[in-house]
Design a protein around this ligand. Structure first.
Ligand code: ADE
Length: 244
């Protein structure tokens, strides 16, 4: 998977992605991160990339030309037109299903905005997807771009050590993940649930499924509506949600 990030702060992208699991994935060549500085494509001597909005209003708008030229510099090296994601609070909210879809692409271009936005004309020309990471406003698109790349990169084969873990984590089948415990058996008077020490695999699986149901019902009832539960599980949940 090759990420191409169009940004005014390339060092932020490289420093962020160079660390931890994504950093190791870059070392192994499983992912590459090409941060393209939009400012390198200005033609004025002051290296200005923004200007006042037509019609008035607060803030500055990123100009179309440097963004277009930065895109062109990426596109001309690729064999087909890539998917271009513009990260913006106005986009469709990012989720695990979108991450899975994006992870199938060989090349992914991400455009980060700053100031009050980007001239709409260049967005119409190059952008294929507009994506938000949630209903709040950040100062720029770099953090959202990194959130998305982190999420997409871990779905690339080989990036995670155990490929099975992606099947058992939160949002799989619209359920949140069950609670996890590790040694010691007792911590400040709090014990690990007995069942996890029993070695009885089927009972452990049943307990984990029940914990997932309870958690999802408590914290994400909207997800639970989309999850597939047996009649028995629905009944169990009604009985046990009150107790938890
Ligand atoms: N840029 C600023 N805020 C954002 C958000 N919530 N998601 C994506 N891009 C953004």
């Amino acid at each position: 998977m090759n990420f191409h990030v169009m940004t005014l702060f390339p060092e932020m992208i490289i420093n962020g992605m160079n660390t931890s699991i994504t950093g190791r994935a870059m070392e192994k060549g499983l992912i590459t991160v090409n941060a393209v500085n939009i400012r390198d494509f200005t033609k004025n001597k002051h290296l200005k990339v923004d200007d006042y909005p037509y019609g008035g209003g607060a803030g500055l708008v990123m100009q179309a030309e440097p963004v277009y030229l930065a895109y062109e510099s990426i596109e001309k090296k690729l064999s087909k037109k890539p998917r271009v994601i513009f990260v913006t609070p106005c986009g469709k909210t990012f989720n695990q299903t979108m991450a899975e879809e994006f992870s199938k692409e060989e090349e992914l271009v991400i455009l980060c905005g700053h100031y009050e936005g980007i001239d709409e004309r260049v967005l119409e020309m190059i952008v294929t997807d507009q994506v938000s990471i949630g209903d709040y406003v950040l100062t720029g698109g770099e953090l959202p771009a990194m959130v998305m790349m982190d999420c997409i990169a871990r779905l690339v084969p080989g990036v995670l050590h155990n490929d099975v873990s992606a099947e058992f984590e939160s949002f799989h089948e619209n359920l949140l993940e069950y609670p996890q415990y590790t040694r010691p058996e007792e911590f400040m008077g709090k014990s690990v649930p007995e069942i996890l020490l029993s070695g009885h695999h089927a009972n452990v699986e049943k307990w984990r499924r029940e914990q997932s149901l309870i958690r999802t019902a408590k914290y994400r009832p909207d997800l639970l509506e989309k999850a597939e539960l047996t009649d028995k599980e629905k009944e169990w949940l009604v009985q046990n949600l009150k107790k938890s």
